[in-house]
Each structure stands twice: as C-alpha cells, then as structure tokens.
Design a protein around this ligand. Structure first.
Ligand code: NAP
Length: 267
C-alpha cells in the first residue's frame, strides 16, 4: 500500500510518500477531524505549519490517536517572514509546544522570502535561520531539516556554509507546473522533493486530459494528480477535510503508463 511506502533521507530517516496537507484547515474541529480520519485511514505523515494556525488541533489529534509517536511523521515550518537565529529557535519551541509533541520529524524554512515581499533577497536571514536549524537538529528535537519554495539561487548560499545540508525541499509541483530546474538541482544534491498543492489547490481537477486519463484508469482526477507526483518519485501531500476524499486520495493501486504520463507532462 502506498501509505506504507517511504523515501529514505540522506541521514537515514524514513519519510512516508503520502502525507495529509493542512493548509487552510481551520484550527478546531475541522483540523482535528481531518487528522483523525487520515490517521484512521492509514496516513502516517501530516504536513502543517505555524502559519496555518492549526498546530494545536493537529497535535491533539495525533496524541489522541493512540498510534505510537514514532510511527507518525510530522512536518511543520518556520513562518516565511520570521528570519534569523533567535526567532527561528523561538518559533521552533512554540511549534513544539503548540503541537504538544516531544519532537518534530521535519522542520522547514517556509519560504526564502516573506509572502508579502516575494523575490526580495533574504540570504542573511535564511543563513541565520539555518544556523538555528542545525542546532535544533543536533539537539535531537527534530529528525530532519529542510527548506520550502527555495530555488537553486536560494539554496547555494546555504550549501556554501552549512554543516548539515537541507534534506528536503517542499515545492509547488503538480500537473501543468513542474519546476523542472528546481527538481533537477535538488536531485543532483540528494535533496528530497515534496510536491505541495498536487491538485493545484483543486484548480486542475476539471482539466479535460486529466478527466480522460482518470476515466481510463477508473480513477478520480485527484487520484491521477496524486499518482502523477508519486510516479515522479516525490513525496506528495494532498489536502482534504472530507473523510471520503481523504480515503479515496490514498487508493492508488494503478500505474499511469508512459504514454499517459507524457500526455500529462505536456499540460
Ligand atoms: N510549503 C508551502 O509553501 C505550501 C504551499 C501550499 C501548500 N502546502 C502544503 O501542501 C498541501 C496541499 O496543497 P493545497 O492545500 O494547496 O491543495 P491541494 O492538495 O492541491 O488541493 C486541495 C483542494 O482540493 C480539494 N480536494 C481534495 N481532494 C479532492 C478530491 N478527491 N476530489 C475533489 N476535490 C478534492 C480540497 O477540498 P476539500 O478540503 O473540501 O476536500 C481542496 O480544495 C497544503 O495543505 C499544505 O500542507 C505547502
């Protein structure tokens, strides 16, 4: 079953290939139930962020599940606007406390720049954050560290100074938007890619080609989009708050053949 399949990071940590995304899931009942249903369905990887404002419910659902902590992979992120050594340490401690967990599996710098200033140069701030990340990693409170939305030009300065390389880069990746340059660069550096917004936040589910491919495999358009990312050898983290979708999004017992993968590549 795909939910049990993992990638192994360069430090030996296993990452389940499919996770539940939680962006735009409000804290409280909705977040709690989404995580609960996902864990009941067999998901063992949850992606959250301080910026999503739902860490408390995510953590509570994980703790209440009764599943041994070491069987669940939890990612959270340093807010994109919070750059620097001290604030990175402070935010990490706050996420840990809000999640109510003793450790986090993966901690990411959410973006190379604040969301309201996309493109500005924050190299110094990112390097200072990374120093804090390395200390947190060495403390054992996080099992792996990485980045998100980073392009090669943002990664190079970290590689030039780091003691521990980023192990994951979480990027926007879906049919029709493949960021090939970033993917190739990360593969070359042995940085695992996580595909976020694999359904383009729902925008590509009515695409004619995707619908045709879905019909051929007796699958839903969402399943095709998720399987496409898996067949590109990346972690994938679809989001849903609906129990039946959470369940169906992990039913992926088919293989998209080369011809159809190429047709999807052309979109
Ligand atoms: N690092 C970053 O900067 C970053 C940025 C964006 C996202 N992410 C992560 O990636 C995760 C996924 O990305 P995303 O939230 O943008 O969206 P997504 O997973 O691409 O799509 C989610 C949307 O599709 C709908 N959906 C889910 N399953 C469906 C199905 N089987 N049939 C029809 N509709 C379905 C959901 O609605 P319902 O909930 O109503 O089912 C929701 O509107 C996020 O939640 C977050 O964890 C990270």
């Amino acid at each position: 079953m795909a939910l049990k399949d993992t990638f192994i990071l360069k430090n030996g940590v296993s990452v389940p290939k499919i996770g539940l995304g939680t962006w735009q899931i409000p804290d409280g009942k909705e977040a709690y139930n989404s995580i609960k249903w996902a864990l009941e369905a067999g998901y063992r990887h949850i992606d959250t962020a301080m910026a999503y404002g739902n860490e408390a419910s995510v953590g509570r659902a994980i703790r209440d599940s009764g599943i041994p902590r070491e069987e669940i992979f939890v990612t959270t992120k340093l807010p994109a606007q919070n750059k620097g050594y001290k604030i990175a340490h402070e935010c990490f401690e706050k996420s840990l406390a809000d999640l109510g967990l003793e450790y986090i599996d993966l901690y990411l710098i959410h973006a190379p720049w604040p969301w309201d200033q996309i493109g500005i140069d924050c190299t110094e701030g990112n390097l200072d954050s990374w120093r804090a990340f390395e200390e947190i990693y060495e403390s054992g409170k996080v099992k792996a560290i990485g980045i998100s939305n980073f392009e090669p030009k943002h990664i190079e300065p970290i590689l030039a100074m780091c003691k521990h390389m980023p192990m994951v880069n979480q990027i926007r990746f879906h049919i029709g938007d493949r960021q090939e340059e970033v993917v190739d660069y990360c593969r070359d550096k042995d940085i695992l890619i996580t595909a976020y917004s694999p359904l383009a936040t729902g925008r590509i589910l009515n695409d004619k080609t995707i619908l045709d491919v879905a019909e051929k495999y007796n699958a839903s358009p969402a399943q095709i989009c998720i399987k496409y990312c898996l067949q590109k050898d990346m972690v994938v983290i679809p989001k849903s708050t609906k129990k039946e979708r959470i369940i169906s999004n992990k039913e992926l017992g088919f293989i998209i053949d080369d011809m159809d993968m190429k047709a999807l590549d052309r979109l």
